[in-house]
Design a protein around this ligand. Structure first.
Ligand code: URA
Length: 238
């Protein structure tokens, strides 16, 4: 048995405080009865409705996937392309935490735990995401400095890289390999950042999110997160 407000916030539809407000406002029903007290405990056999919508009490699942190219990071695709969820062997309704482009590879986390997903995505936690980008052209120190000091990727949207490391340049193929760390997660952010300093990204891979990396996972492979990793993410919130 768990407190009603905890079960509501675990389902990902509201924070604990918002769940309490919803209960006090008479917007929550348990087995058809409006509940207005914060001391109510429920089990997973109880039917909980918030604003007339039944919430899911499925057990929480957490996965880390090494996403291949040519896969979309949504739960369903209107063009019927394969999604990251199709690669995970589960019947639970999990979803990806954030996005990777169709042609981007690497680390993506999937879960049905909304609070967990929110910690990894919310800008206030400044979770680091590390990418390896292959660029067309040879990047210079001056352009790297611009990426670090701040650049406009769209009108009025200025972002910066927390770290940028030039790994390799190849004059023969006219390419550069750069490791770049960001804490925001705007749409196509890395590609737009390099475009803003004059480079096209030919290949992009996410290597890390927070303390998670791709160790031992081949492209297309996934694993479950450990209980220790899950609580480590919850501790980032404190
Ligand atoms: N930035 C991008 O441009 N694409 C991604 O897939 C992820 C970050």
């Amino acid at each position: 048995m768990e407190r009603l407000q905890k079960v509501i916030s675990n389902s990902g539809i509201a924070s604990r405080r918002k769940a309490e407000e919803l209960i006090l406002a008479g917007k929550v029903k348990v087995n058809g009865q409006i509940i207005r007290t914060l001391c109510t405990k429920v089990s997973n056999k109880d039917c909980i409705e918030v604003e007339n919508t039944i919430i899911s009490q499925e057990p929480k699942e957490y996965y880390l996937l090494n996403k291949p190219r040519g896969i979309v990071t949504t739960t369903k695709d209107e063009k019927n392309r394969k999604t990251v969820v199709d690669l995970i062997n589960t019947t639970t309704r999990i979803y990806p935490v954030g996005r990777l482009d169709y042609d981007t590879t690497g680390l993506i986390i999937l879960t049905n735990d909304g609070n967990f997903a929110n910690i990894l995505m919310h800008p206030k936690y400044e979770i680091e995401k590390v990418y390896i980008a292959k660029l067309k052209g040879i990047i210079k120190g001056e352009q790297i400095n611009k990426l670090k000091s701040g650049i406009e990727i769209e009108e009025g949207v200025v972002v910066n890289a927390k770290r940028v490391k030039l790994k390799k340049t190849d004059a023969k193929t006219n390419t550069s390999i750069v490791q770049i760390t960001i804490t925001e997660g705007k749409n196509h952010q890395i590609k737009k950042m390099f475009k803003a300093v004059g480079f096209e990204v030919i290949k992009l891979k996410r290597e890390k999110i927070a303390f998670f990396d791709l160790k031992d996972l081949q492209s297309g492979e996934f694993r479950k997160l450990t209980p220790k990793e899950i609580s480590k993410v919850y501790n980032l919130e404190k």
